[in-house]
Design a binder for this molecule. Sequence first.
Ligand code: AMP
Length: 499
Amino acid sequence: MNIAKNVERASLYFPQKAALIFEGRTISYEELNGRVNRLAKALRAMGVEKGDRIALFLPNIPAFPIVYLAVQKLGAIAVSINAMSKKREIKYIAGDSGCKIVFTTSELRGEVPREALPALEKIVVAEGEAGEDPDLETLTAPEDGDFACREMAPNDPAAILYTSGTTGFPKGATLTHGNVVSNSISAGNHSGVCPDDRMQLFLPLFHCFGQNYIMNSAFAKCATLVLHRRFEPEPVLGAIASHKVTMLFAVPTIFIHFLNMDTSRYDLSSLRYCFTAAATMPLETALQWKDKFGMPIHEGYGLTECSPFALYNHDFKLKYGSLGTPIENVDVRVVDYEGKEVPPGEQGAIVVRGPNVMRGYWGKPAETAKAIRDGWLHTGDIGKMDEEGYFFITDRLKDMIIAAGFNVYPNEVEQVLYQHPAVKEAAVYGVPDAVRGETVHAAIVLKKGMRADEEGIIDFCRANMAAYKTPRRILFMDELPKSPTGKILKRILRGDESS
Ligand code: AMP
């Protein structure tokens, strides 16, 4: 097997179909496969071999899939680096994974600390002025000849993705060909991706959601990606109209953003499917979306360590407010502290087992053994399952607040805050308190033109929840701190940089 076979297959069946549409340019599957073949040859000539680590320090540009796929064809390992990373972070990731080559742009190149990376042999410039370094355009210039994918075993590493950093120090989740092939096919199957689909891709490709759920599932199903360098509301809505986008993949804050703007001047009639993951979708938002656009937002749950997809809500039976049921061939359970399954309705730790679970953290056997126990990946999320087998996330273990001995799940408080007519976005977090251990605070962004004060919000909460859950302080902000995938960075709100 090899992930890159998806593109060979698509190029055989649909050579002229657009694989990528990007900034006015269309790249057909035939052209994509050709460029990938040429780069694979060039990399082999540079001495890249099976198992070598190649870094992609790239924004969302066509070079990302080209480099990713060429690396796969050779049996090397694609290491994704967040395009917003700075020298210190790149030194850690490229050093930890021992990257031989870094692909980047002329704009980002200055952040790569060459001298501090002993394993680094070359920097290849994929966009902009290359100067002394080799450039991607030359390496992929037209020339005859195929390049057959190297046959890989299901357990051979394919990609290393450093986990998002909302929790703990970054670790390189190592995903295998088996992980990515099975998970991207499941994503395509559950979301119902067809060759005629045009999928919006503005979420970062360096993250599992963009890389596997969207990019690799599109290639697996021979669909078209409408690629955006970054998320910008107006161009994204404009692209739906001009490219007849059929599938929208986003995170809750983006759906909230669209709900709060006037979208009436865009023709969104081509859109047939919406999907969210990565962070809690407020029930209120999901219902408003259905009301306004006449289609539900389907939901997925997962994490980098399981490629990422594990639960889906739902192709056949959607249940609002739930994460859905386990995807094909994957088991999900809620367990207690001893790892025993708890009865439906009871809270516990969410664990996952299946072909999607990573091989481990790169070079960190002790951390891997902590995360995967008896074949079950411990997600760090708390949740419950109902009688029908639908899962619900209560919160992340780290985000749970213990206030005066009571467990407070920020997600539950946030769901109430979202019902307040003036609240656009809300994040609830715990801060240390000498008397209560921890106390509940909330950060809020108000809807445009709306007003509310701290007392009014606290009164609203008090009327809708037990006193111990009610926030004691409300912080009004213009914007909440977020990760590139739209996760609210509570550690910044809490002020604990180390967690
Ligand atoms: P990452 O590894 O960056 O993909 O982050 C994974 C984490 O995102 C999970 O452990 C969850 O805490 C959170 N997450 C993913 N999907 C959802 C979802 N549908 N609802 C709430 N949280 C989610």
